[in-house]
Design a protein around this ligand. Sequence first.
Ligand code: HMG
Ligand code: MG
Length: 301
Amino acid sequence: MMLNLPKKVTIIEVGPRDGLQNEKLFVPTNIKKQFIASLRDAGLLEMELTSFVSPKWVPQMGDAAEIVADCLDEKARNIVLAPNQKGIDRVYSTDCNAVAVFVGVSNSFNLKNINKTTNDSVAELKPIIQELKEKNYFVRACISTSFYCPYEGKISENDTIALCREFVEAGVDELSVADTIGMAAPNEAYSLFSQLKAEFPGVLLTAHFHDTRKLGLANILASLQAGIERFDSSAGGLGGCPFAPGASGNVATEDVVYMLERMGIETGVNLDKMVDAIEIVRPHLSRPIESGYYRLHAQTV
Ligand code: HMG
Ligand code: MG
């Protein structure tokens, strides 16, 4: 008996955004630019570059405009995050053509993260998405706390599916469905993603796992079984949301690529070059890189 596996998987690299946003020390802008360039060189052609959020809330992302000015690549999908109209206006003043909006299923989390209720965020974002689509932007919706919330606990599948439906009806191209605090178990990942796959055949469906309890790879395997072929991950396993206590990094890109390639699934990502990309940013980080692949292959660990 064989597992049900695709021939090819797309990795969306979120290291420059999710990976760095939780770093306390400011990573110099030129280092972020080199990091992005070397991740692309490793084959990561879909990437979240930065986010247009309030620099008072997330100082690390205060150089978003400078990053975008130098890091757009025609051959790649260059995604930037924006939570509100002000963020979208800042995106409009750049040449970027792919935007991720974000919202939490959990109202308590959304209030902590965006200072609005989930309903108010959805009401603000719907006309924004419509306008982005009229202007031919690629639009991704990141759905946080899709499984568990640090404040409310377990989130019902029905609530997550209902919120996803609002964004699909608003016209997004992609849903990135997130286990923000890394608490989902593989059976939960399989169950939710199977239902999302059946409900929303017309959108790109992406899974975004944080690896807090080291279940990221198991959840990816379970999601593959549910038919998911797109995964967010972060170089070095960096990441976490500053407003989700207890959340740690995303599942590490190099560990995901290693697992998939060993299973005969093509990712287009070069692992030696991944290690080189991590080396660029590592000296500027306040914590060690703990991914299995990096620890076995880097010269400097
Ligand atoms: P607020 O304080 O309620 O904002 O924050 P406001 O509308 O009252 O405005 C206050 C000030 O902020 C004003 O400036 C605005 O102009 C400015 P002032 O007049 O005081 O000088 N402002 C902005 N400046 C720059 N860019 C903007 C912006 N908006 C307002 N976009 C706000 C509301 C949404 C701004 C704030 O809560 C915020 O920035 N939140 C972002 C938090 C964040 O970045 N979280 C991490 C990303 S989400 C995530 O990591 C989850 C994900 O990975 C999936 C998963 O794992 O779950 C995607
Ligand atoms: Mg995240």
